[in-house]
Design a protein around this ligand. Structure first.
Ligand SMILES: [Fe+2]
Ligand SMILES: [Fe+2]
Length: 168
């Protein structure tokens, strides 16, 4: 069975810590996809089946759901935490590498974090279903960032390594 997200070889940055986080985030999204498909018990299509409870907080919404729904909520929470931790470690690496694109990259991380938080909160409260469109937009966001901004860090890293090796 094809995975929902599979990181192609050309999107491996070449910095193990960064790549490790990317695989971890992809794995959470794959589990999320798997659970969402099971939850809706439909093949290939994953429309949301969350009931709407816009007056309740995300935590209140968790209660009263079936175990699969709770698992989806848990995975969304893991996704937010892993993304935050990854962004922080990636920014520290960029700083250590004196990467000039850091301020712009950090701004992109901030925007992505805010978008993800809004999306997750909407999903948790049933305002927005964890459906095909939600997961596709997450995938698009993730792979787009990898192939654009993150790829540049890898390029910078390889350039620095080549210069360093030239001095040895
Ligand atoms: Fe990044
Ligand atoms: Fe990244």
């Amino acid at each position: 069975m094809n995975k929902f997200i599979d990181i192609p070889e050309n999107l491996i940055i070449g910095i193990p810590e960064i790549d490790g986080w990317h695989f971890e985030i992809a794995e959470i999204m794959n589990r999320l996809y798997d659970k969402a498909v099971n939850m809706n018990n439909l093949q290939g299509e994953i429309p949301g089946r969350y009931y709407s409870c816009p007056r309740l907080s995300a935590m209140q919404c968790v209660y009263g759901r079936n175990p699969l729904q709770r698992e989806v909520t848990h995975l969304l929470d893991r996704l937010v935490k892993a993304t935050r931790a990854h962004f922080q470690s990636e920014e520290e690496i960029m700083l250590a590498l004196a990467f000039k694109g850091l301020p712009e990259h950090r701004r992109e991380h901030l925007m992505l974090s805010a978008e993800l938080s809004i999306l997750v909160r909407s999903c948790n409260c049933g305002v927005e279903p964890v459906g095909g469109e939600t997961l596709k937009s997450l995938k698009h966001w993730f792979l787009g960032h990898l192939s654009g901004s993150d790829y540049e860090i890898g390029r910078h890293y390889r350039k620095m390594k080549t210069i360093e090796e030239g001095y040895q």
